[in-house]
Design a protein around this ligand. Sequence first.
Ligand code: UT7
Length: 329
Amino acid sequence: MPATITSIAHFLPPDIFTNKYFEEYLETSDEWIMTRSGISERRFAKEGATSDMIVPAALECIEKRGISKEDIDCIIVATVTPDHLFPSTACVVQNKLGIKKCWGYDVSAACSGFLFALESACALVESGRAKKVLLCGADKMSSIVNFQDRAQAILFGDGAGVCLIETSDDPNSGILDSILNIDGAGGQYLHQVAGGSFKPASHETIDKGEHYIYQDGQAVFKAAVVGMANVSEEIMKKNNLTSDDVRWLVPHQANLRIISATANRMGLSNDKVMVNINKYGNTTAATIPICLSEWLDKGELVKGDNIVLASFGAGFTWGATYIKWNMNK
Ligand code: UT7
């Protein structure tokens, strides 16, 4: 049986930062941010770490499914802003949730983290190695954003999405296919220079701001437009899906223009595309599960919907996953 999502929830920090917040101290404007990215506000967690956003979403996800925490046998956390480089955020989450017997690990694939971790979760469940995997996509981007750099400060936000992966009760629905890619040659355009073994943190690296995100926006933009559109079209063809068959494109929320290019290539009208970048900005590994959770809560994502998840991010990493959704709110 294929793996499937049996419950999902999300958490967003309460504090909203509008474009006006940046207008007050950076040379930028609401108009520039809206037209170039589609973002009008985002959330930043004033306190706590990535795990502190995961825990409330995880508790809600478990409660919605009506299971005990102890039923979870594996926790996977996709993030580029782990609480610590080690131990893994999965360990921190396990401890905070108070689950006595399970295992888990973190996945580092930036904006494609959720899709890559989903693939691992599916493999565990479909092989019978695990029954219930708690899959978390979460990032506290405000912990690595350079707030003095107008080209990146306005783009990102904090948030978490958590879902449960189990086997489907139907052989024809669930997480049915995926195409995933990495290309390390793209690493030069989007990375964090210091803080790893390549360049351990020092006074010098801090003074140079090398602990922040480095992004060549235009280079990433060009690669993302091509990469996300290509892989989305590829997964449709591979699964004989026409634009009429697809109910929802669930794209990584990095830039509204990248999302539109992908939807155009797939031949999808706007009413078939999940977009909330305007409210939350780019929450990296959290964008896709937050969309799924919000649309399910609204009752707009329903059993039987064919959905395509698509992402592109640092690495480069990119991919698409085809799901026949098989749960209702
Ligand atoms: O999720 C991870 C993957 N990341 C992405 O997918 C991000 C991909 N890149 C993008 O989304 C876009 O490249 C950005 C939104 C980051 C930038 O948009 P752009 O249309 O590529 O702008 P640009 O970088 O070419 O900059 C155009 C101009 C520059 O000024 P000059 O050199 O033309 O005078 C920038 O300095 O806009 C300037 N600029 C700004 N102006 C006002 C850059 N940031 C800002 C700003 N406000 N916040």
